[in-house]
Design a protein around this ligand. Sequence first.
Ligand code: DHB
Ligand code: FE
Length: 279
Amino acid sequence: MATILGGITTSHIPAIGAAIAKELEQEPYWQPFFDGYPPVHDWLDEHQPDVAILIYNDHGLNFFLDAVPTFSIGAAEEYHNEDEGWGLRPVPPFPGHPDLSWHLIESVIDDGFDVTMCQDMVVDHGFVVPHLLLWPGNDRPVKIVPVCVNTVLHPLPRPDRCLALGRAIGKAVESFPGDEKVVVLGTGGMSHQLDGERAGFINREFDALCMDAIVDDPEWIANHSILDLVEKAGAQGVEVIQWLMMRGALLGTVTELHRNYHIPISNTGAGLMLLENTR
Ligand code: DHB
Ligand code: FE
């Protein structure tokens, strides 16, 4: 049986990728953000997960507005990033774990979640930036199973369905006949709005409530509608549904080991959390 060691949530702002490429981590603007990560690196070093289930949203790179699946799971041998329109910062590809991907797809469909399956998938900053933050450099020590959530084209999935799919993913991992150690990542958020009259909107108070709730009351977030989340967290702050899905996959006793929060990074309330899962 594969084991879920814990979950990590982090924002995935593209400017972070540029800051890493330009080695700006210790600049005053960036330091309070990057200083959040060493405790997470220590935990990853100590526990050495084999696989990361990386729950994120695509922003128009793999899926454009002509066809957007609500939930999709990658089942490729490896995943490449591509230019998102502001110049490609090439990074080595990310190895997949097709056996675990297919097991997840079969298991969640059997549980009533009719996900789209992707044997080929290019990945954007929602995937690449968190990977570079958690495993800096060009090493690829974990295999990835990407799970992609539509937070771009309305109607978006209901938050309670995201929590339920997360639980189905947790169940699927625990029934995988392997001895893999798995970490589940939820990327995106926290509050931000990139367009319209409220562009620049950040809600520190709501972010703090979400961070507390993600530990021991995920239903509190799940009971919001998407429109509630847009109102409270901003149009793109709805990405917190990926945090919720991550939390759903932690089926054991959940302990918060670390958090960091810093505003603003670009237009966003940048959050980081490390949760341990014990069975
Ligand atoms: C920003 C944040 C995001 O989550 C994103 O996908 C793109 C941009 C930002 O704050 O700049
Ligand atoms: Fe985003």
